[in-house]
Design a protein around this ligand. Structure first.
Ligand SMILES: NC(=O)c1ccc[n+]([C@@H]2O[C@H](COP(=O)([O-])OP(=O)(O)OC[C@H]3O[C@@H](n4cnc5c(N)ncnc54)[C@H](O)[C@@H]3O)[C@@H](O)[C@H]2O)c1
Ligand SMILES: [Zn+2]
Ligand SMILES: [Zn+2]
Length: 393
């Protein structure tokens, strides 16, 4: 089959790779009809490069049609249409029982000290072949895949694989009091959905992003917006009676713009041999903390900071004095996709499309267009906000 593979830092290509086969009784094989590119794929492209191997199949936002199931998969049949969550979870361990599927004890990548295995996400998360491919082997298919209807287009359902539950969890964790104000840093796909969910819950929502077309998209959905710049925390305070928003979601992560030494740190990481770069990534921190530090500055005293954006490193400096003094609560983590999908399914199927899932995708292509679109998405060129690939097209 054809699949998108990682070839080196900043380089991906479509290659012919062996078709996946059933390996465990709980596996299924899914023929992929739609599969999206995520902001998290950009970390593989750059910062997580040292954990990738040439030829790794990437992608973790897939959906499609079940082609084959293992003997223990009784909930699915050939021909079913499914969305595949990006974390691989068993559904019956202690963590899954708590609704912490991203910490699944059956699939945790213990050798790396990581949580649940993820599709297409480097050796840190189990080196599981990903979903930007014609076919995908889905482990624990007796629990993970979400069965969906056959009438509506793929785009109604596709974002259940990751960004919609991620945004939902971000808003849940933000825990904004009724009628309160939520600020969202980063209006990429995750931030877009987080702001819309906030609006749908009757909150005042202010989105912050340096990219004009991303702000324009948010404004279409009832969100006030601000450009990212030095004075943004002051602006947020001015808009909220001098206190700051009740909660801030950071949907930026370690690709943030505006950190002075960031470019250098990223580049330096790119120049080191893999082993050294892994060490640097684990111990040194990523130096792209502009959005995170501004979020801490902006949130009101006693407020909540909810991190959806992914960060790394143990030496990333944090303003602990301010965090303590302001009594800020911080919640974060990889999304527990299956915890939220039952609640989200009726919303994406609703005729009125209350979360605007049909207003996100800006670029579509067959698999062969993926390398060019990775670049476009990373550089935010051509109004690119969300890319969907259709491997069968
Ligand atoms: N927690 C999870 O389970 C989970 C799931 C999916 C994605 N993510 C993470 O969420 C983050 C966002 O993902 P995405 O797909 O929306 O990607 P994205 O890269 O398109 O979005 C990031 C946005 O942040 C903006 N930005 C950059 N610097 C900024 C700054 N200083 N202030 C305000 N905005 C700034 C960019 O312009 C962009 O619009 C990534 O870190 C991704 O890895 C986490
Ligand atoms: Zn993703
Ligand atoms: Zn589990």
């Amino acid at each position: 089959m054809k699949a998108l593979t990682w070839q080196g830092k900043g380089s991906v290509s479509v290659e012919e790779v062996p078709d996946p086969v059933i390996q465990e009784p709980t596996d299924a094989i899914v023929r992929i009809t739609s599969t999206a590119i995520c902001g998290s794929d950009l970390h593989l492209y750059e910062v997580l490069g040292p954990y990738m191997h040439k030829g790794d199949v990437i992608g973790h936002e897939p959906m499609g049609i079940v082609e084959e199931v293992g003997s223990a998969v009784t909930n699915l049949r050939k021909g079913d249409r499914v969305v595949v969550p990006f974390n691989i979870s068993c559904g019956h361990c202690f963590m899954c029982g708590l609704g912490l599927q991203s910490q699944c004890e059956t699939t945790q990548v213990k050798s790396k000290g990581s949580g649940a295995a993820l599709f297409g996400f480097s050796e840190l998360y189990g080196s599981v072949p990903g979903g930007q491919a014609e076919y995908l082997r889905v482990p624990h298919a007796d629990y993970g895949p979400v069965k969906v209807g056959s009438e509506l287009p793929d785009e109604r359902y596709l974002f259940l694989s990751d960004i919609l539950p991620t945004a939902w969890q971000g808003v849940e964790y933000a825990d904004v009091p009724a009628g309160g104000t939520l600020a969202v840093f980063g209006l990429g796909p995750v931030g877009q959905f987080a702001t819309r969910i906030g609006v749908q819950r009757g909150l005042r929502v202010i989105g912050v992003d340096p990219v004009p077309e991303r702000r324009a998209m948010a404004e279409r959905h009832g969100v006030e917006t601000l450009d990212y710049g030095k004075g943004v925390a002051d602006q947020l305070r001015e808009m909220t009676a001098g206190r700051g928003p009740d909660a801030v979601i950071d949907a930026v992560g370690m690709e943030a713009h505006g950190s002075p030494v960031a470019g250098f740190a990223h580049q330096a990481l790119g120049l080191l041999p893999d082993k050294l770069a892994q060490k640097a990534m684990e111990t040194a921190g990523v130096d792209r903390l502009a959005a995170l530090h501004t979020s801490i500055d902006a949130v009101r005293r006693g407020g909540t900071l909810s991190l959806s954006g992914v960060y790394g490193g143990t030496a990333s400096p944090m303003p602990l004095l301010t965090m303590f003094d302001k009594q800020i609560q911080v919640r974060m983590g990889q999304c527990n996709v299956r915890r939220w999908t039952d609640e989200l399914l009726p919303l994406v199927e609703d005729d009125a499309d209350p979360l605007g899932v049909m207003d996100l995708v800006t670029h579509r292509s067959g698999l062969e267009g993926a390398p060019a679109l990775y670049e476009k998405f990373q550089k935010k060129e051509d109004g690119c906000i969300k890319v969907v690939l259709n491997p069968g097209a």
